[in-house]
Design a protein around this ligand. Structure first.
Ligand code: URA
Length: 435
């Protein structure tokens, strides 16, 4: 096979066959295909697209490009949950303990934040002592014992995706349905769970900026999951404004705990009930999704979700006292308030700008190598549709560096759009696909 022929074939709009896709992935991972040829193929894919069959073959080739995790030593139907990424998305910290409290084994690998989006691993590392790396036996044992373990992605899983994603990032080839779906699903399939719940975010703080595109991506991923023998369900959910109020690692841990105490923002509570309910259903612990939602509501109300979070933190070496005493989390020394410059209603909050502002406080990274301030971030005080008076606080920014807070406040100020007309908050859950 010859890489020039493959690039030409895709450039002409023809379909690549399974052997060609496998040859490309293996050659690229082995280093025999250079970045410039891979980049040319990626660009051709961006223009000409991938068929469903090609997307499946690409996912499969990437899934087996490195180690795959065997979760068979864990009893029960293992259910994974994945978010396509957003701003203030601490849902895993709420959903995973709830599903585990209802008997669903959650053996999860999570990522770190980059750019304007956050990552679960960073949030967990805000908890003093919490270990996001476990030996494989320890990981399996913990899930068998307490039904939940969450670790960072191991180095040897889907190396093809790691290498390709880095290349896509610098060649403007991220935004292709087939490339995004295969990237996400190859990692989920390699991670070994029996069923997968996908939270596909839509809005300006997400990869997919409109519902139509989010639906195409969601259907593609559900199709890949089902063809691979894994029950897959996707919820399309709002990311046109930050989820909840907190953005930034310690702040989001606090908000997740508050949610498990029954005092969380309405949007996170609603989303957690839905996603956990679907996990409970797919995990065979409820006969219908509706029963799953109801069981989740009960586990939230009677504190079983919170108790499971405590147990989970302690099992991974973390200070479980954070659940009762938030001062045990990393502390900021500075705060800055962003005030409304007029009366009105919040028309819109650009999630992407809030994510960037949070990054500027020190809470996020511009490059993978950056270190982050786990105490920094933003609390959004007014959400879309709320009335506001001149001088009222729209958001509070936290951190340890005055200059960074100033830059962050300037960015956050541009995120808020105030106007005279009353608007309604956008619908949180747009559609569920695959049930
Ligand atoms: N998240 C991924 O893991 N891959 C993509 O391509 C986009 C989002």
């Amino acid at each position: 096979m010859n890489m020039v022929d493959l690039i030409q074939k895709k450039k002409d709009g023809a379909e690549l066959d399974a052997a060609e896709i496998k040859w490309f992935i293996n050659g690229y991972v082995a280093g025999s295909i250079p970045d410039y040829q891979a980049a040319a193929l990626l660009m051709a894919i961006c223009f000409k697209g991938l068929s469903r069959r090609e997307t499946f073959e690409l996912t499969d080739a990437m899934r087996y490009s490195g180690d795959t995790i065997d979760l068979s030593p864990i009893d029960g139907i293992k259910v994974d949950k994945h978010s396509t990424g957003g701003v203030g998305d601490k849902t895993t910290l709420v959903v995973a303990p709830l599903a585990a409290a209802l008997g669903v084994p959650v053996a999860k690998m999570s990522g770190r934040g980059l750019g304007f989006t956050g990552g679960t691993v960073d949030k967990l590392e805000a908890i003093p002592g919490f270990r996001t790396t476990l030996e494989p036996e320890e990981f399996l044992r913990q899930v068998n014992d307490i039904k939940i373990a969450v670790i960072g992605q191991t180095a040897h899983i889907t190396p093809a995706d790691k290498k390709l994603y880095a290349l896509r990032d610098v060649t403007a080839t991220v935004d292709s349905f087939g490339l995004i779906a295969s990237s996400i699903m190859s990692k989920k399939l390699a991670a070994g769970s029996d069923a997968i719940v996908l939270d596909v975010k839509v809005g300006d703080g997400a990869f997919m900026e409109n519902e139509h595109d989010a639906e195409i991506l969601a259907e593609l991923m559900v199709d890949i999951g089902d063809k691979s023998g894994r029950r897959t369900v996707a919820a399309i959910t709002e990311m046109g404004q930050p989820l909840g109020q907190a953005v930034g690692n310690s702040l989001e841990v606090i908000e997740a705990i508050e949610t498990l105490k029954g005092r969380g923002p309405a949007d996170i509570t609603e989303l957690a009930e839905k996603l956990s309910g679907i996990m409970v259903y797919l995990g065979g612990k409820a006969a219908t999704p509706e029963e799953g939602y109801e069981l989740t509501r009960q586990a939230l109300a009677d504190g079983r979700g919170l108790a499971k979070l405590r147990e989970f933190i302690a099992a991974q070496g973390g200070e479980a006292g954070v659940v009762d005493d938030y001062s045990l989390l990393p502390q900021h020394s500075l705060k800055k308030e962003l005030l409304a410059d007029r009366d009105g209603f919040v028309q819109k909050i650009e999630a992407r700008r809030i994510g960037l502002a949070s990054q500027h406080t020190g809470a996020g990274r511009a490059t993978k190598e950056d270190t982050i301030d786990l105490s920094a971030g933003i609390i959004v005080r007014k959400k879309t549709g709320e009335a506001v008076r001149k001088g009222e606080v729209l958001a509070t920014l936290y951190g340890n560096d005055e200059k960074k807070l100033e830059t962050a406040a300037a960015e956050a100020a541009q995120a808020f759009c105030l106007g005279e007309s009353k608007v309604f908050a956008p619908r949180l859950i747009k559609k569920i696909i695959g049930i």
